[in-house]
Design a protein around this ligand. Structure first.
Ligand SMILES: [Mn+2]
Length: 276
């Protein structure tokens, strides 16, 4: 899916229920919310668009997850009235929660999947007891794309996906490629392997050119860039920052906002990407 290059894009990393931080970051980028929590279009931001890079659910409190889904849903409708200016990318959490709540027959229920549902996918239980919220989530899920690509002349492009993935799968529409762009090899299943060993293509395929790949998924203490590969998941729900990349013509800049402690932070330990 190609993004029109006559607009500016605010690309936001893994939100995981950090709705307050999402509002703060958008306010810093010129989108203030009104009393109904709707983002206001002004002459200053009318050429800006918003892209969420996937994983807007899970890990947070039920209260914040509810607010997050409602905020994204209401603003998705509101901002896309005249032209499309709010885009959603599918993360592995949206994909997995969708499979649980639609009772996907290919998802075999075992003691492990039941445990995982409680441990990693806490949005499932919330949606199972709140059918109105489930409806909103399902509508948002169906609006998600696996990738977007911004092209500004021949020398500059930015591909956006949730997870890092080998180049041969990037911006392809077959089922295997789609899976690769949504989720990479699991870190929790390889706890003693460094990220650079686990995902060698992230640095081996990196090039000194202006055809960037921006992804999230690998919670990091700060924005991590090596050549044309950039990770913007800066661990908001773990008490870190919510970050965005701003794409304007052929320039990429970044912005962040800290965790606001309006809910309990989740626990994790960092495994640094591009740590060489
Ligand atoms: Mn993820």
């Amino acid at each position: 899916m190609i993004l029109p290059s006559n607009y500016e894009y605010i690309v936001i990393g893994d939100v995981h229920g950090c709705v307050d931080e999402l509002k703060s970051l958008l306010a810093k980028q010129g989108f203030k919310t009104n009393h109904e929590n709707l983002l206001q279009i002004t002459p200053k931001n009318q050429y800006k668009s918003i892209v969420l890079l996937g994983d807007f659910i899970d890990k947070a409190s039920d209260e914040k997850l509810t607010q997050t889904i409602e905020f994204i849903y209401n603003n998705y409708k509101h901002l896309n009235q005249d032209r499309k200016r709010f885009y959603l990318i599918e993360g592995n959490h949206e994909a997995m929660v969708y499979r649980y709540i639609t009772k996907d027959p290919t998802l075999i229920i075992t003691p492990k999947t039941i445990r995982d549902k409680e441990r990693y996918y806490n949005t499932v239980a919330l949606l199972e007891k709140n059918s109105k919220l489930k409806k909103l989530f399902l509508e948002l899920y169906r609006e998600c794309s696996v990738w977007y690509k911004y092209i500004y002349q021949e020398y500059f492009s930015v591909t956006l996906t949730h997870a890092p993935c080998p180049e041969r799968y990037l911006a392809k529409d077959d089922i295997v490629s789609q899976k690769k762009m949504i989720k990479c090899v699991s870190r929790s299943r390889n706890p003693n392997v460094s990220l650079d060993e686990l995902l060698p293509y992230t640095h081996k395929e990196a090039k000194d050119n202006q055809h960037y790949h921006i992804f999230g998924h690998l919670s990091q203490p700060n924005i991590r860039q090596y050549k044309n590969k950039i990770c913007i998941d800066t661990s908001a729900i773990y008490g870190g920052y919510l970050s965005c990349a701003i794409i304007k013509k052929d320039i990429i800049s970044f912005d962040s906002t800290p965790f606001e402690f309006k809910q309990k932070k989740a626990k994790q330990s960092y495994n640094l990407l591009f740590n060489f």
